[in-house]
Design a protein around this ligand. Structure first.
Ligand code: URA
Length: 230
């Protein structure tokens, strides 16, 4: 979509005013001013007008507290899906921004906005995800250091990015990672000789799972949450 068209759609501005704001350098794409009204806005780009993040109207954004046994897909032959937990009139056109394993619980974001979800999941953006991890064995100081430095996962070419570990109890940690590789947390714990007993996502970027949501419950995101996610 052209930048002037995006701006006019995301605000109450006319196309003429949108073009003027663009030519004045008031519009930034991923932090860089863009003065070309015809510039094509790509999926996942972050657009601001005078420093304020923009999003297209009509999009929907929800958080869900995923219970265990539910898949993060939109359809599945054998299991309940996160979509099936939503009221029927809210399900259309939603997709998941960052999947969880079937046995992982906690925060799942759902949206109709492909640009927004791309931002949440793109490896380039490095949006932080925080998990509460229950372990089979206590976390050793060496394991913690390896996780915080970056470690080699089985069958992966690159090391993991540095992560943060906060001890909660002897066998419980909070782990913050900025990637979303396949079974990443479970594989990281296996790489340091431990095993995940239970995994729960607490936070994605600035969005914290609302403690008022029981497993299976959802609510729309606030404007502040939508704008500030990553
Ligand atoms: N890491 C995992 O291993 N599983 C998840 O569901 C999420 C992150």
């Amino acid at each position: 979509m052209r930048l002037d068209y995006y701006l006019a759609n995301a605000t109450a501005m006319s196309r003429k005013d949108a073009k003027q704001a663009i030519s004045r350098g008031q519009v930034r794409i991923d932090g860089q001013p863009c003065r070309q009204a015809a510039h094509h806005v790509a999926t996942g780009q972050h657009i601001t007008l005078r420093g304020q993040p923009l999003s297209l109207p009509g999009e929907r954004y929800l958080m869900l507290n995923k219970p265990a046994g539910v898949v993060s897909a939109t359809t599945d032959r054998d299991h309940l899906t996160v979509l099936s937990l939503l009221p029927a009139d809210q399900r259309s056109n939603l997709h998941v921004a960052g999947r969880l394993d079937i046995d992982t619980t906690g925060l799942v974001l759902l949206t109709t906005d492909g640009q927004w979800s791309h931002r949440v999941t793109s490896p380039k953006v490095e949006c932080e995800k925080i998990y509460r991890v229950e372990l089979a064995e206590p976390m050793t100081a060496e394991a913690e250091q390896a996780i915080e430095t970056g470690l080699q996962l089985h069958n992966d070419a690159r090391q993991t990015r540095p992560a943060r570990v906060v001890a909660v109890a002897e066998t419980v940690i909070e782990l913050a990672i900025t990637e979303g590789r396949y079974h990443q947390v479970k594989r990281m714990m296996a790489a340091v000789g431990n095993h995940v007993v239970a995994l729960h996502r607490l936070q994605i970027g600035a969005i914290r799972l609302d403690p008022a949501l029981a497993p299976g419950e959802s609510r729309p995101l606030t404007g502040q949450e939508i704008q500030s996610v990553c």
